[in-house]
Write a protein that binds this ligand. Structure first.
Ligand code: FES
Length: 152
C-alpha cells in the first residue's frame, strides 16, 4: 500500500461517524441503502460501516419514532432507581416497550447504556436532547412538550 493510499484510507475511516450522522439525518435511520451509500462514498467495506453504526447509541440502524426516547440503564441511573422505573412509566404512558414504536410513528423507546450524565442521573435522551435528574413529573412535562410540538 502506498503512503498516499494509506493516508486516504485513514482519512476516510475518520469520517465514518460524521458521514453516518449526516446519512441518518437524510434517511431517518441507517438502513442498508444508507450504509451502502456511506461505504461507497468512503471506499470502505459495508461491514466496517455497519459495525460503527451499530456501536453508537446515537446512530440507528432500524426505524425509529419521530421522537426516539433512550432511557439510560447504566449503573448510576440504575442505582437511582432510574432505568426500570422510567421504562415502566414510559410503557404506561406510551404503551410501548423498548424496541417498539407507537402506532402513529411518533414515539419509540430504547434502553441504552450510559448517556454521560451520571452525576445528574437518572437520564434519558430524546433524539439529540438530553434530559437528566428526572422525576415522573419531569417526564410528564417532557411528554406534554413533545405532544404540543405536534399540535403546532
Ligand atoms: S449511568 Fe446513566 S448517565 Fe451514566
Amino acid at each position: 500500500m502506498s503512503e498516499a493510499r494509506g493516508f486516504r484510507d485513514a482519512a476516510n475511516q475518520s469520517m465514518v461517524l460524521t458521514a453516518l450522522y449526516i446519512a441518518q439525518e437524510q434517511y431517518g435511520h441507517l438502513d442498508e441503502k444508507a450504509l451502502e451509500r456511506v461505504a461507497d462514498r468512503l471506499n470502505l467495506p459495508v461491514s466496517q460501516v455497519y459495525s460503527t453504526a451499530s456501536f453508537y447509541s446515537l446512530l440507528h440502524t432500524e426505524t425509529k419514532g419521530k421522537y426516539h426516547i433512550q432511557v439510560c440503564e447504566g449503573l448510576s441511573c440504575a442505582l437511582c432507581n432510574g432505568a426500570d422505573k422510567l421504562i415502566e412509566y414510559l410503557n404506561q404512558k406510551l404503551d410501548i416497550k423498548p424496541g417498539e414504536i407507537t402506532p402513529d410513528g411518533l414515539y419509540s423507546l430504547e434502553a441504552v447504556q450510559c448517556l454521560a450524565s451520571c452525576g445528574t442521573s437518572p437520564a434519558l435522551r430524546v433524539n439529540d436532547e438530553l434530559y437528566d435528574d428526572l422525576t415522573f413529573d419531569k417526564v410528564d412535562r417532557l411528554l406534554d412538550q413533545l405532544a404540543q410540538r405536534e399540535e403546532t
